[in-house]
Design a protein around this ligand. Structure first.
Ligand code: PEP
Ligand code: MN
Length: 337
């Protein structure tokens, strides 16, 4: 069950509610986020919701039997809106594009990417400064210095930043320079990291689906961050590992449709990692929009063949312009249904 407390609930009222929940043999967990004060009860026994719902201090109560609760649409029907400030929002019914290189490589590359995105009216730039690489000998990112430089240039241009955080110790130093944290596919079940992103930042967090993770596991990962205290969350389908070898991953468009039903959080599609082949990124991006994605994140670089990472799935600026144009048209088509 999920109980949302009234804003001005008194300590005695809260205690009475917690005791009633315990009396039902449910385990109560208090959750305080930027937006609300909740009690999550986990247990098995059937009970009459009115026996608790009528108590003083309760704004709302719902029974959610799934493992993930706070991120479930069964509880919160209204979709979550991620407001980044300066009129930039990610929300159901809208369509946001985030683009940029796999890795931040230096000033020249940042400037060129910003100019390219601005020309297209894109206001969220992606890029990694901490890169999870399969080989320790591959480029692993410019680190915090790279992020600071990027931030200065992005801020000047009115551009928001989404970038990956790989470990708990990076959160504090990254926080002033990040607009959205990305949790990468290799870290989707790094529960310490998820806990800390719940407790130690108010910035939005986009959680990518684990390489071999199920949809429910992704939702449970989001539940970690939410129950830690941060409800500004987005989910990202980026392809999963299957027996198929012809593509880097198998983009699970089913997940986009299913997630939109299961959760109130915005769902973003990453066709670049989803298929991993430049020539097919567009098809998968457009299909993701039709499947219901609230946004697309893709990799773009002036010279993909020279990119420090993921060049094989990265679009050059001309390809990127075409994709952006077609995505916008596809979104208009979806809206017309
Ligand atoms: C990335 O966005 O460049 C990245 C490493 O993504 P993923 O975690 O989905 O592999
Ligand atoms: Mn990449």
């Amino acid at each position: 069950m999920i109980i949302q407390f009234e804003q001005d609930i008194k300590d005695a009222q809260k205690e009475a509610i917690i005791n009633r929940v315990k009396g039902l043999k449910y385990k109560p967990t208090e959750v305080k986020t930027q937006k609300g004060d909740y009690l999550v009860g986990t247990g098995k026994k059937d009970f009459d919701i009115r026996s608790i719902g009528s108590m003083d201090g309760i704004k709302d109560i719902h029974i959610v039997s799934d493992d993930f609760k706070l991120v479930s649409r069964k509880w919160k029907v209204n979709p979550t809106i991620i407001d980044l400030g300066d009129g930039i929002v990610i929300e159901e019914g809208g369509f946001q594009i985030m683009a940029g290189p796999c890795s931040i490589e230096g000033e020249d590359q940042i400037r060129k990417t910003i100019a390219h995105l601005k020309e297209q009216g894109i206001t969220i730039m992606r890029g990694g400064v901490y890169k999870p690489r399969s080989s320790p000998y591959s480029f692993r990112g410019l680190g915090i210095e790279g992020l600071r430089l990027w931030y200065e240039l992005a801020k000047e241009a009115g551009m928001k930043i989404i970038t990956e955080v790989m470990q708990v110790s990076q959160i504090a130093e990254m926080d002033p320079y990040v607009d959205i944290y990305q949790v990468g596919a290799r870290n989707t079940q790094n529960f310490n990291l998820l806990d800390e992103l719940g407790k130690n930042t108010d910035k939005p967090v986009m959680i990518k689906r684990g390489i071999s993770g199920t949809i429910d596991e992704l939702l449970s990962s989001a539940e970690y961050v939410f129950s830690g205290g941060n409800e500004r969350l987005l989910l990202c389908e980026r392809g999963i590992r299957t027996y198929e070898k012809a593509t880097r991953n198998t983009m699970d468009l089913n997940a986009v449709a299913v997630l939109k039903e299961k959760t109130h959080l915005p769902v973003i599609a990453d066709p670049s990692h989803g298929i991993g082949i430049r020539n097919h990124v567009e098809a998968i991006a457009l299909a993701s929009i039709m499947a219901g994605a609230d946004g697309v994140i893709f990799e773009s670089h002036e010279k993909p063949e020279e990119a420090y990472s993921d060049g094989q799935q990265t679009l050059n600026f001309a390809e990127s312009n075409r994709l952006i144009d077609r995505m916008r048209k596809t979104f208009e088509l979806r809206k017309s249904f």
